[in-house]
Design a protein around this ligand. Structure first.
Ligand SMILES: [Mg+2]
Length: 399
């Protein structure tokens, strides 16, 4: 093979030059110099109830606790990430992150896979799922934010986007503490704001009440507006089967969490027997748990949550597998992260619109034509607000 001589010599044109460029690596290696961990308590305007509250298992939710990680490098690059917990776990995530964060100092922030492994081993005694993994997630998200900012690219484009917008649906307007007339008003407002679909909470002890609410909203909405329901794990197998059959006539986009999150066999039976797709996975806290669900055929639509499964590094491993199985994707919560990740998925996904986190950040995401749009801001595209600083209840910096 002969190389063309009528073009300038470059590292790509010459194997020797490529080797020289690789050998010159240290020039491009950065070092983590400073890591700040913060615990931020976000109050919710209204106490929130889904079916878990109506069945008496949980109290209404009044706040969400965020573990925020800010990383600064020797060369002046910065990244910010977060994970979160609802009702309990915030102090635990923060405490675990404080114990493992010192191992970050001096690492090259570009070696995100290596760092994930190192953090996992640092806390191996408490396992590779749940709270410990969620503490790592906050750091992992900050590293991806930093890498994309360094490249001057939105995170979706750093990974490799399939599209610049993602179908989006509203959840926050359809909770069970909200009277049905207000739910309809909320739905109308969401659609006016450019959100394309509406999700309703179900799973109440009185199934007729669920049916009444779904009927009321279906009649209220234009027939072309997609509708989903979410039972938040509160049905047993026979009830889920019966409700699934009753709901078939509404042509729902999906039925979410019909059963206990860990009942993979029950989900698989349901997925086989119903025409309506089954969506689940938000409560799972590792890729391994998601794999059990996928192997069992328990979901038509997977709903991973990057902050819950260990961050973006783990999310991408999972979605590689899910895409190879032709599963649909509708990540749970945290649209600020998941918009980017959904934009890289091979099948047309959904992203869940929640405005709860808006006060934490200076920037807003655009919704239009039923879709949420990537901005051209580098990284995740968010900076922490003064309000987030004001809601910080604990903070520690490692150098
Ligand atoms: Mg849900």
């Amino acid at each position: 093979m002969t190389l063309s001589t009528d073009r300038p010599t470059s590292a790509l044109a010459s194997p020797d030059a490529a080797l020289t460029a690789a050998a010159a690596g240290p020039a491009s290696i950065d070092r983590i110099e400073e890591v700040t961990l913060s615990s931020v308590v976000l109050p919710l305007a209204t106490p929130i109830s889904d079916a878990k509250v109506l069945t008496g298992r949980q109290k209404p939710m009044t706040e969400v606790v965020f573990l925020v990680t800010e990383i600064r490098t020797r060369d002046g690059h910065q990244g910010v990430g977060f994970s979160y917990s609802k009702r309990a776990g915030g102090p635990g995530q923060y405490a675990h992150a404080r114990e493992i964060a010192p191992v970050l100092i001096g690492e090259d922030p570009n070696d995100i896979a290596k760092i994930w492994t190192k953090l996992t081993w640092a806390g191996a005694s408490v396992g590779r799922s749940g709270l410990a993994t969620q503490a790592i997630a906050s750091i992992d998200v900050a590293l991806w934010d930093l890498k994309a900012k360094r490249a001057g690219l939105p995170l979706a484009k750093l990974i490799g986007a399939q599209r610049d917008s993602v179908r989006t649906y509203n959840t926050s307007g359809g909770f069970l503490h909200t009277p049905i007339e207000q739910v309809k008003e909320n739905a109308a407002r969401s659609l006016e704001a450019g959100i394309g679909a509406i999700k309703l909470k179900v799973g109440q002890p009185n199934w007729r009440e669920d049916l009444r609410r779904v009927e009321a909203v279906r009649e209220f909405l234009d027939p072309d507006v997609p509708l989903m329901v979410d039972a938040n794990q509160q049905w047993d197998r026979p009830t889920a089967q019966r409700m699934g059959r009753i709901f078939e006539e509404f042509g729902l986009v999906w039925i979410e969490e019909p059963l206990d999150a860990y009942d993979v066999e029950g989900h698989a039976q349901l997925a086989r027997s119903l025409d309506t797709p089954i969506a689940t996975g938000e409560m799972l806290s590792s890729v391994a748990e998601h794999l059990r669900l996928i192997e069992a055929g328990g979901a038509d639509i997977i709903q991973p949550d990057a902050p819950r499964i260990g961050g973006i590094t783990q999310f991408l491993k999972l979605t590689t597998i899910a895409e190879s199985r032709q599963l649909s994707l509708a990540p749970h919560f945290a649209m600020e992260i998941h918009l980017h990740l959904a934009a890289t998925y091979g099948l047309e996904p959904w992203v869940e619109h929640f405005d709860w986190l808006d006060p934490l950040f200076e920037e807003r995401l655009e919704t239009r034509d039923g879709r949420m749009w990537l901005s051209d801001r580098p990284g995740l595209g968010f900076t922490l607000s003064e309000q987030a600083r004001a809601w910080t209840v604990a903070s520690e910096t490692f150098r």
